[in-house]
Every structure is written in C-alpha cells, then in structure tokens.
Design a protein around this ligand. Structure first.
Ligand SMILES: [Zn+2]
Length: 297
C-alpha cells in the first residue's frame, strides 16, 4: 500500500493532498493562492514547500502526481499551452524533481479529470471514458483501460482547439472556429454582449433563458447547445466512449444532459447511439484525485 500526493495547480488556486493508497482517504489537505503574477520561480518554490510539508507528515515516501493547466512536450520536456503562462517554456517537471529529489508524474489537468472520473467517479466500469471540462476554457481527456491516453505529441484530448468552422470565430491559439470559442463560459458571455451591448455573466444569461424573459439570452443559449451537440457528436464518433463525463463550471447546466446530449447522439455516425452524457461525481476535487492516481493504481 503506497501513500500518494496529488497536486492540482490551477490559475488561481493550488491544492495538495496527502492520501493513503485510496486517494479518497485523505490524510492532509491544503489550498493556497497560486499567485501566478509572481512568476515561475514562485510557483515552483511554493510547490516544493507544499510537498515537503506532506513528506514530513508521511512515514513512507509517497508517489507524487501533479495536474497542470497545459501539457508537457514529450519532445522537449517543456510546458506549453498553459494559460498560467509563466509555466510555458519551462522544464517544470524536471525542476520540481531536482528540488525534491523524487520522481514526479505530471499531466494535463483535464487528463487528470478524465482519469479520476474513470477510476473513482461517474465513469467507473467503462473501458473508454471521455472527460470534457467546460469552464473558462474547454479541454478534455480520454482514459482507456484505467489509464490516460496521451498520444504521440501529448495533446490527445485538446478538443477545445479542434475547429468546427474554418471561417469561424478567431481563437487565441491563432486558428479560427475552435470549439472553445463556442462552448465555454466566456464564449457564451461574449455572444451575449456582442448582440445587445450588455455584459452579463453566464449564470444570469442562463437564468434569463430559463425564465424565457430575454430573447437574446434564449438565442445565445440555444446556439451554445447546438454547438455543444455538434462538437460532442464529433468526439463520440471519433472515440466511441462508453460514457462522457462533463466537468468545469458549465457542467452545472442541466440542458447539456437533456437537449445537448440528445442533439449529440442524433448526429453521431451510427444508426443508434446510446452513449450516456453525465455530470462528474467528484466535483472540483476531481482533478486532484486524478493527479494522485497518475503514478498508477
Ligand atoms: Zn484555438
């Protein structure tokens, strides 16, 4: 029986857990602000301190897994695609290992989400689990046979930057029509403000949709669900998962699991599609449990 350290390095918060072999059996848990504006070395040192605290509390050497926003290039070992931008271009895994003198497993946070839901959450018992995180951005991961699939370039699951319209909306990544520009919180909010000039948060837009009190809100939410259905149909056709598990702030929108899922299933390239589309079971903690499991079961 091993002990585990799981770390979820987010843009605003960094969280660490020390657990028994079962990651849900937590010994110690701590959450601190990431303060990414202080730069790479601050984030690195903060993580070293948090890990040392856990090592002091553990009677054996734990396995260590870290979920990061972004991924590590298998070619160069450097972080890329992280919206905590100070991580980009740095050998974060290597630097961390050198300081704590222990091996570290490091993985994209959406992959950690897919892994934890596959092993401990809504995806239990399914051979292929497709996890989607929809919040300020959009990403995902695929777990197969209880492991994350990484792919040749370590980008498997970066669904947010697959285009569904080559003449579509501009994306920060340089491409046009990226899925993230249609089915994320900021995308919906931007559509609303562009159409009526009023800036509203996603929650309020959705409330207005539900109460049918605002025709622009209804239009924007309908459009969001349409794109969600189309995008998800593409992913189900590509991966044919046993289940799709949704995480992130937008996973609280019930319409995704009714109309959105129906739209997706009706457009899958199959005469019959029964793929369940469900909300995550582990909530905000999903990523950190997945990180704790990166070393294997
Ligand atoms: Zn993009």
């Amino acid at each position: 029986m091993t002990k585990r350290i799981g770390i979820d390095l987010g843009g605003t918060k960094t969280e660490i857990i020390l657990t028994h072999d079962d990651p849900l059996d937590i010994i110690h848990r701590k959450r601190v602000p990431t303060l990414q504006e202080k730069g790479y070395n601050h984030i690195l040192q903060q993580l070293v301190e948090l890990i040392k605290e856990c090592l002091d509390l553990s009677d054996e050497t734990p396995v260590i897994g870290v979920g990061i926003p972004g991924s590590i290039s298998p070619e160069t070992g450097l972080v890329r695609n992280a919206n905590t931008t100070c991580l980009n271009g740095n050998p974060f895994k290597k630097d961390l290992e050198r300081q704590i003198k222990l091996p570290v497993f490091m993985e994209n946070d959406a992959n950690c989400f897919a892994l934890s839901e596959a092993l401990l959450g809504a995806g239990r018992g399914h051979e292929i689990v497709l996890g989607l995180i929809m919040g300020t951005g959009m990403g995902g991961g695929v777990a197969k046979d209880r492991r994350v699939i990484q792919g040749r370039h370590g980008i498997l699951g970066e669904f947010g930057h697959t285009s569904i319209d080559y003449n579509g909306r501009d994306c920060w990544c340089g491409a046009k029509g990226c899925l993230e520009r249609y089915i994320s919180g900021p995308a919906v909010e931007q559509q609303y403000v562009e159409r009526c000039g009023t800036k509203l948060g996603l929650r309020e837009i959705y409330e207005r949709y539900q109460s049918k009190s605002d025709s622009i809100a209804m239009e924007v939410v309908e459009e969001f669900i349409t794109f969600f259905g189309r995008g998800l149909a593409n992913l189900i056709t590509a991966f044919d998962p046993g289940i799709v598990v949704i995480g992130g702030g937008l996973s609280n929108i019930p319409l995704l699991y009714s109309k959105g899922a129906d739209l997706a299933r009706s457009q899958v390239f199959s005469d019959e599609c029964t793929t369940p589309v469900v909300k995550n079971e582990l909530g905000d903690s999903s990523g950190i449990f997945g990180a704790a499991l990166l070393a294997g079961e």
